[in-house]
Design a protein around this ligand. Structure first.
Ligand code: HEC
Length: 208
């Protein structure tokens, strides 16, 4: 057999500096590796991470116990966007293609109750809990800046009056919710809450 120049034969087995053993025949460019065991804690972390991985894979992928990231994400998104069944007051995306008769206010308790919820969550900061008005005008009197018909109210809610601080709610609330909250606002007429804001705009009396 030919002599291998890169693997000189007569290397010492023991490192004279540390008295540790060398890995035999393992040399490159004069650099050799010591045959030391890794410290116990590193071995422990290594074995622990292996065990953890097996348990993790078994739990999520074999037994299907617990949601994967994708499902978790979808669940959270579904919670955020209310649909027609669950148009609770949390806001959401306008549902474009529902036909709602905006010429008639709702009169059923359920719809008005949902309107009240939408109002409490989104509008009461500026119009106050009972509609008496603060940043926004009093919604309980007969005076309106933009008209007191249901259509007028829906229009203000949809378009907003940005320069006065009332945003457009078209993209925040669904059409159903806008119908509910504007119907609810009409029920506030004549409720005379304490400390009302002074009337603003023109008097509107519905023709009956
Ligand atoms: C950040 C404060 C703010 C919030 C929140 C807010 N509004 Fe307003 N709103 C105003 C202001 C200010 C005006 C008066 C606009 C003007 O002077 O033309 C107004 C006007 C209105 C009007 C017209 C009143 C009139 O006299 O013609 C209606 C109706 C109305 N808001 C409904 C709502 C509803 C419903 C919500 C919740 C979905 C809401 N507002 C949330 C500030 C707010």
């Amino acid at each position: 057999m030919e002599e291998n120049n890169l693997q000189p034969k007569n290397l010492p087995d023991i490192d004279p500096l540390t008295n540790d053993k060398f890995v035999p025949h393992h040399e490159f460019d004069g650099i050799r590796e010591l045959a030391n065991n890794p410290p116990w804690w590193l071995t422990f972390i290594f074995i622990f991470s292996l065990l953890f991985a097996y348990v993790y894979i078994a739990k999520y992928h074999f037994f299907g116990d617990g949601d994967l990231q994708k499902t978790e994400y979808e669940n959270e998104m579904a919670q955020y966007m209310p649909d027609e069944e669950d148009d609770s007051a949390e806001g959401g995306i306008a549902i474009a293609d529902v036909n709602i008769d905006f010429s008639q206010p709702l009169s059923d308790e359920e719809g008005l109750g949902k309107g009240a919820k939408v109002y409490a969550t989104n509008c009461a900061v500026c119009h106050l809990a009972e509609g008496q008005g603060l940043v926004g005008p009093n919604l309980t009197d007969e005076y309106w800046l933009h008209g007191g018909r249901l259509e007028d109210i829906v229009k203000v809610i949809n378009e907003g009056v940005i320069e006065k601080g009332m945003i457009s709610w078209t993209n925040q609330l669904s059409k159903v919710q806008i119908h509910q909250v504007s119907s609810y606002i009409l029920t506030l007429q004549g409720t005379n809450p304490p400390n009302p804001k002074a009337p603003e705009g023109e008097k509107y009396v519905p023709e009956s």
